[in-house]
Design a protein around this ligand. Sequence first.
Ligand SMILES: [Cu+2]
Length: 249
Amino acid sequence: MARKDWLDLTQPERTALVNALFKLKAKTDSSRNYDFFVRQHVNFFSSFQAHRAASFFPWHREMLRRFEIELGVELPYWNWGRDRQGSVTTSATTGIFARDFLGHPDFLNAQRWRCVEAFDLGEQLRRGWFGQLPTATQVANTMAAPTFTQFTTTVERAPFHNNVHGIIGGQDGTGHMGDGSSPNDPVFFLHHCFVDKLWSDWQAKHPSQTTQDGQYWPLGRGTSRDLGIDAVMQPWGVSVRSTLTFRPY
Ligand SMILES: [Cu+2]
């Protein structure tokens, strides 16, 4: 089992993913359905665990792992250095927002796909496209970053993670991906899956780094800002350390 680039999915695998998303969305068990994950992201958005901290990667890695279990199919990733189809029009036939994939019209049907926790943005999923996706060259350069600090600055902030959220958030900032409730848009999970793969690849490339600026920083008890390696991440209830070796790529 290895997570794949969504471009390499077979047609049945694509269909299976879309169907699994709608099934998880329709599930009524509020502790295990799609909206559960949106709510956790909103609840922990501003904490020092999920964003703007070293535990950004571990926190989201565990989120993806739990989500994938509930989804019942393997998550693919969106390599935005490769799939650069810049279109969110409802007639798109290629790119990640193709009609037979994440551009399926029912994702824009608020009856079938009602967004939650997105007060100003409303219940109908909104997307835009503003700006330029990171390039494959930028990805390759980042993989060569010698320290975790350099790596994480590029990947969590600009031009990778934050920028892609903003691009799909749209020029006027009214796309759900630009908000703390970004998991309302299923592209969130494919985007984060790629961010996680980058971390995984970087970990594999720097196996000998055992100093404090290694695979996870800080390795010790942590600081007022960053969780230590043995700290337990909420709401998942698992340690940072437990996530470091889960790398299904
Ligand atoms: Cu996030």
